[in-house]
Write a protein that binds this ligand. Structure first.
Ligand code: FUB
Length: 324
């Protein structure tokens, strides 16, 4: 019976030293879900670049029993089979945004015009409200640096709900005509066009009303349909809506994923890779200390019906197996 000890070769934002982390004294897990077992990981975002999947996650650093999120850095992994994942040096920390006080909450990377843009949630040091920053790099594995030196979205720019955490969880999509859009929100879903430089909003911030929208939007397009999936109610399921126009109207299509094991949040990323569709999410499933603030990323298959609607995700412990 192996003891699950991970010697980390990467540098952490908080210590600036390489560290050794022991997640559990359970036997070394078989390949399957969760896919990342050396660290607690949350809020997956994924892209395919040069036939490789790059997976971006927040690092859940809360001690056992700590009753809230503690994420100071984001991590990046790559894989060509969705089973074996390579970790890189920490590519971006919340405090790399000098105007931020911390909190590496949900984020998404996109590749556009030869650069990689990382749209992030952090806490703004000026008012301790959540805000959206943008990192940029020439490489999918970073390092990333602050692309603006200021927040792209601040709490005063969105007044539909009177909370300080409605500007979180950005998802960005570049449509076939080259126009980029960013969607984000908590309680209220917001969206805006982005300028060609990808680091400024273009025009006004608009809203979309979806049933029981909590947070965590993810926008993707397939066969002419736009899919807006999102965290629904709380504890969170994943629900989705469809449209033939990126700005809507969006039609609610139902539940895509049930409440994920042992965590009250649910956060998805959807990609196609080597001819199949995949659904990344997180659970609190790692024994024995996993939970809502010590989450782990998993991946399972996603299937489309002939009319474009989505089949409910079957969460598995076996995972997707090595993809050829
Ligand atoms: O990880 C912190 C927050 O929890 C994210 O921003 C939300 O999507 C939820 O997963």
């Amino acid at each position: 019976m192996g003891v699950f000890v991970a010697a980390l070769l990467v540098f952490s934002c908080s210590t600036q030293e390489s560290t050794e982390e022991v997640l559990t004294d359970e036997p070394v897990p078989e390949p399957g879900n969760p896919i990342i077992t050396e660290k607690y990981t949350a809020d997956p975002a994924a892209i395919v670049y040069k036939d490789t999947v790059f997976l971006y996650v927040g690092h859940d650093q809360a001690e056992p029993g700590h009753g809230f999120y503690d994420l100071r850095e984001w991590l990046v992994y790559s894989s060509t089979d969705l089973v074996n994942w390579q970790e890189y040096d920490v590519p971006l920390c919340a405090k790399d945004f000098e105007w931020a006080s911390g909190d590496a909450w949900a984020a998404e990377v996109i590749h556009h015009d030869g650069k990689f843009y990382w749209y992030t949630t952090v806490t703004h040091a000026e008012n301790e409200a959540k805000a959206i920053g943008v990192g940029v790099s020439d490489s999918p594995t970073g390092p990333f640096k602050d692309a603006r030196g200021s927040a792209l979205v601040t709490n005063d720019m969105t007044t539909d709900v009177d909370i300080t955490w409605d500007d979180i969880d950005p998802t960005v999509f570049v449509d076939s005509d080259g126009q980029a859009y960013m969607f984000w929100g908590n309680t209220q879903l917001y969206y805006s066009k982005l300028k060609e430089n990808m680091i400024e909003l273009e025009g006004e911030i608009k809203t979309i009303d979806l049933p029981h929208f909590t947070e965590g939007p993810w926008i993707h397009k397939k066969n002419g349909y736009y899919y807006l999936s999102y965290a629904y109610k709380f504890p969170e399921k994943t629900a989705y809506a469809m449209s033939d126009n990126i700005e809507g109207p969006y039609y609610f299509k139902g539940i895509l994923n049930e409440v994920a094991g042992n965590t009250n949040t649910n956060h998805q990323a959807i990609i196609d890779y080597k001819g199949q569709s995949y659904f990344f999410y997180h659970t609190g499933a790692i024994p024995t200390e996993g939970g809502s603030y010590r989450r782990s990323v998993s991946v399972d298959s996603l299937h489309y019906n002939a009319d474009g609607t989505l089949q409910k995700v079957q969460m598995t412990t076996e995972g997707v197996g090595a993809v050829e």
